[in-house]
Design a protein around this ligand. Structure first.
Ligand code: ZN
Length: 226
């Protein structure tokens, strides 16, 4: 068994601390932003306000505060951003993290104790905006969690190596002007091997590269117990 499976199988099955404690577990509502969802076909979901009005509909119908989902989801969301305008075979359309769509300013708590591996403002349109990566230790094994689309003040005064305990306030969600061009949400991703990168890691992959990325970026819901 690889170390990640071993680590997960030994974890308690309670939900980890994650977003603002005022949000009840029942207020997290799954959302489908995949190419298969007929409700969003033909909608320019890469536009923050069009995306937000769809999310508002989903949240209102379910009396939720956070719409979440997206692991290994194939999306059209990125098609309008220049970063993803590549020949079809190389186009990055498969989402490697889980997104938590909720109000800008919402607190993000560290789900596990860890140290700041790196951080950066990835401010190209369609990228992550302010991003924090934590490093976690389990025995001699190391893995990482990435938090994207944060507010600018989330990364000011941050120090590489700085320690966060589980449940500490790590960051807050950014606005579309800062996050860069999306409806407010947290992109959360587990990354086993950072491949030498700092402050950034692909959050979307081309189908042809999925074999590698799906293994290196396991399902965050199994860690958070969502
Ligand atoms: Zn995302």
């Amino acid at each position: 068994m690889d170390f990640w499976k071993q680590f997960i199988s030994g974890r308690p099955k309670d939900r980890l601390p994650f977003l603002d404690k005022d949000i009840f577990p029942s207020e997290y509502v799954p959302v489908d932003l995949s190419v298969n969802n007929v409700e969003i076909q033909g909608k320019a979901m890469g536009n923050a306000s069009i995306c937000q009005s769809y999310l508002d509909t989903v949240l209102a119908a379910e009396k939720g505060k956070v719409a979440f989902g997206g692991y290994l989801e194939e999306r059209n969301l990125y098609a309008s951003h220049a970063n993803f305008n590549l020949p079809e075979a190389q186009r990055r359309t498969v989402h490697l993290g889980v997104d938590f769509w909720c109000t800008a300013g919402t607190k993000v708590l560290a789900p596990l104790a860890g140290r700041v591996h790196s951080y950066q403002n990835n401010d190209a349109l369609g990228d992550y905006g302010p991003t924090i990566i934590l490093e976690h230790q389990w025995g001699q094994h190391t893995f990482h969690t990435l938090y994207g689309h944060l507010s600018l003040d989330s990364i000011s005064g941050l120090e590489v190596g700085g320690y966060f305990d589980a449940g500490d306030v790590l960051a807050r969600l950014g606005t579309p002007e800062i996050n860069v061009g999306y409806a407010p949400h947290l992109h959360f991703q587990v990354i086993l091997d950072m491949q030498g990168l700092l402050g950034d890691y692909p959050g979307v992959a081309a189908k042809k590269d999925l074999h590698f990325y799906a293994k290196n970026c396991p399902d965050p819901r199994t860690l958070l117990n969502f």
